[in-house]
Design a protein around this ligand. Structure first.
Ligand SMILES: *[C@@H]1O[C@H](CO)[C@@H](O)[C@H](O)[C@H]1NC(C)=O
Ligand SMILES: *[C@@H]1O[C@H](CO)[C@@H](O)[C@H](O)[C@H]1NC(C)=O
Length: 502
C-alpha cells in the first residue's frame, strides 16, 4: 500500500509537518499561557475576557490574524482536530505527537466548557470584528472592545450550539481512555447543547449581529444539527441520535444537498461521509439502510467532484493541480477535502471496495494518492515551489497577515504598541514578519497558482485554525505510510521486551 502511493512521488518530511501543524495551535492561544508553552514569542492575553458580562471567558483560540474569538470556526477546528485523532490516533501516537494533539483539542474544549454557562446559554463571541480591525496590535497589548455575545433561548443559535455539541462529542471520544472524567463532562455539555440547539431553532447570526460580516452562517443551522446528532451517536451509540439524522435527513437537507465544499459553515459533506461510514460498518437497522444509502450517494458526489470524476459538476483545479473553490482562503477547502478523501479511502479499503463515479471507478489507493497530491502541493510541490505551510522548508510566506506575527515579540519589547502605531510601524513595513507562525496554513494561491506574499493581501496570506486542523490526521497518516516500522504497537512490544531483559 505504502509503496503504491510513494513510488515516483516527491516525498516531504510529513513528520516535521505534523509537529509544526500542532505548534500552530499554541501560537493562536488566547488566555493565560501554561509553563510548557513552546511558542515563546507569545505571552498572556485576553485575561479579562467576559469580565464585563460577569462570565469567565479567558482562553480559547484566535481563529486567524486578528483577536476576535469566534465560536463557530473555533468549534469546527476542534471537531476536525478530534476527528483526526479518532481516525489516525495510532499514527499520531507512533509519531510521538499525541500529547500535543490532545493539548490542542483541550485548549478549545476547556474554553467551550466555560462558554456554556447554563444549559441554554452559550457565549458565541468575544470582541467584535469592526473595532478589532481598526487596530493593528499584538494580542498582549489589546485595547479593543472585549464585549462578549451569547445565544440563549430567546436569541437562538442552533448552528453554533450544534457545532459546539459536535466538537465536544468528538472530543469526548478522544479523551475517553486518557481522561474518562473529562470525557464524561464533555459529553454532558454536548448533549445539553444539542438539545438547546434543536429545541430553540434559529441562526446565530440573527441573534448576534456582530458575526454577520465575518462568520455569518450561510448554510443555516440544519447541517450543524445533523452533524451534531451523528457525532453524539458516535460518542454514545444512542439510537435516538441516529434516528434523528435518519428521520430529518430529507427535511434538513442531509440527503438533498450535493456539495462541492466542506467548511466551518457548510457541513453536509462531513455529515454524508459519517453516515456512509455507519452504512459500511453495518451500524444501523434494516429500516435505516435506505436513507443511509441516500446519504452515501451524496457523499460520493462530493468525493467524485473533488476527484474530477463527476459528470458535469467537478471542483475546479488550478493548472498546478490544486482544488479551487474560491479566491478567499481557498486552502481551507483543500485540507478538508484531503481529510475526507483519506477517511473514505480507508473505509473503502477496509471493505475491499472501489469508489464508483460517473466518470469511472477510483481505487482507495488512487483516492489516497490524490489526497497526498493536495498535501504535497501545500508543502511545496507547486509551480512556485513554495510551501504554504508557514515555517516548513526554506521557501514559505514571510508576510503573513497576522497581527502578533508582524510586530516585535512582547517577550522582546514590553513597551505598549498602540492601535494605529501598529499600522504605521509594522503593518506597512516592507520587512518580513519578525515572528514565524510555524504550522499556519495561509489562504494560498488563486485559480492560476498565483500568490502575492503581501501583508495586505489577506485573501491569500491570512491563515485560519480550521485550515490546519484537518491536516493533523492527514500528516500523521502520510508520515506513517512513509515510516511503517515506527509503530506504537511495536514500540510497546519492544518496551515490554526490554523490561523482561532487565
Ligand atoms: C453526462 O451528462 C450528459 C449531459 O447531461 C448526458 O447526456 C450523459 O448521458 C451523462 N453521462 C453519464 C455517464 O451519466
Ligand atoms: C521550481 O522548481 C523547478 C524544479 O527544480 C524549476 O524547474 C522551476 O523553475 C522552479 N520554479 C520557480 C518559480 O522557482
Amino acid at each position: 500500500m505504502a509503496s503504491a502511493v510513494f513510488v515516483g512521488a516527491i516525498d516531504f518530511d510529513y513528520g516535521d509537518a505534523l509537529s509544526k501543524s500542532l505548534l500552530y495551535f499554541e501560537a493562536q492561544r488566547s488566555g493565560r499561557l501554561p509553563y510548557n508553552q513552546r511558542v515563546t514569542w507569545r505571552d498572556h492575553s485576553g485575561l479579562t475576557d467576559g469580565l464585563e458580562q460577569g462570565v469567565d471567558l479567558v482562553g480559547g483560540y484566535y481563529d486567524a490574524g486578528d483577536h476576535v474569538k469566534f465560536g463557530l470556526p473555533m468549534a469546527f477546528t476542534v471537531t476536525m482536530l478530534s476527528w483526526g485523532v479518532i481516525e489516525y490516533g495510532r499514527d499520531i501516537e507512533s509519531a510521538d505527537e499525541m500529547d500535543h494533539a490532545l493539548e490542542a483539542i483541550k485548549w478549545g474544549t476547556d474554553y467551550f466548557i466555560k462558554a456554556h454557562t447554563t444549559p441554554n446559554v452559550l457565549w458565541a463571541e468575544v470582541g467584535d470584528g469592526d473595532t478589532d480591525h481598526y487596530c493593528w496590535q499584538r494580542p498582549e497589548d489589546m485595547t479593543t472592545s472585549r464585549q462578549a455575545y451569547k445565544v440563549d433561548q430567546d436569541n437562538p443559535g442552533s448552528d453554533i450550539a450544534g457545532e459546539t455539541a459536535a466538537a465536544m462529542a468528538a472530543a469526548s471520544i478522544v479523551f475517553r481512555r486518557s481522561n474518562p472524567h473529562y470525557s464524561h463532562l464533555l459529553l454532558h455539555h454536548a448533549q445539553q447543547l444539542f438539545e438547546f440547539g434543536d429545541r430553540y431553532r434559529g441562526r446565530y447570526d440573527e441573534s448576534v449581529a456582530e458575526v454577520k460580516s465575518y462568520y455569518g452562517s450561510v448554510s443555516g443551522y440544519e447541517d450543524e444539527l445533523l452533524w451534531a446528532a451523528l457525532w453524539l451517536h458516535k460518542a454514545t451509540d444512542d439510537e435516538y441520535y441516529l434516528e434523528y439524522a435518519i428521520s430529518n435527513a430529507n427535511l434538513m437537507g442531509g440527503v438533498g444537498w450535493a456539495m462541492n465544499e466542506f467548511s466551518w459553515d457548510v457541513k453536509y459533506a462531513g455529515v454524508q461521509i459519517m453516515a456512509s461510514q455507519l452504512l459500511m460498518e453495518g451500524k444501523h437497522g434494516d429500516d435505516q439502510r435506505g436513507v443511509l444509502e441516500q446519504y452515501r450517494r451524496k457523499a460520493e458526489h462530493y468525493l467524485c467532484s473533488c476527484l474530477g470524476k463527476n459528470n458535469g459538476s467537478n471542483v475546479e483545479r488550478s493548472p498546478g493541480g490544486l482544488l479551487f473553490i474560491r479566491k478567499w482562503n481557498n486552502m481551507q477547502y483543500v485540507t478538508s477535502a484531503a481529510f475526507l478523501l483519506m477517511v473514505y479511502s480507508d473505509a473503502l479499503r477496509g471493505m475491499n471496495r472501489e469508489l464508483r463515479c460517473p466518470g469511472g471507478t477510483v481505487s482507495p489507493a488512487e483516492m489516497l494518492a490524490f489526497a497526498k497530491s493536495q498535501v504535497d502541493y501545500i508543502l511545496g510541490s507547486n509551480p512556485r515551489n513554495m510551501s504554504y505551510l508557514v515555517g516548513f522548508g526554506s521557501v514559505f510566506p514571510r508576510m503573513m497577515h497576522h497581527r502578533g506575527a508582524s510586530i516585535v515579540s512582547y517577550r522582546e519589547y514590553k513597551g505598549f504598541i498602540g492601535c494605529t502605531q501598529g499600522y504605521d510601524d509594522w503593518y506597512s513595513s516592507e520587512d518580513p514578519n519578525p515572528n514565524v507562525v510555524v504550522g499556519a496554513l495561509v489562504g494560498g494561491p488563486d485559480s492560476r497558482d498565483a500568490f502575492v506574499d503581501d501583508r495586505g493581501n489577506y485573501m491569500q496570506t491570512e491563515a485560519c485554525t480550521y485550515n490546519t486542523a484537518p491536516l493533523v490526521g492527514v500528516f500523521a497518516k502520510l508520515w506513517h505510510l512513509q515510516n511503517p516500522s515506527f509503530d506504537v504497537l511495536n514500540k510497546e512490544k519492544s518496551a515490554l521486551l526490554a523490561s523482561y531483559k532487565k
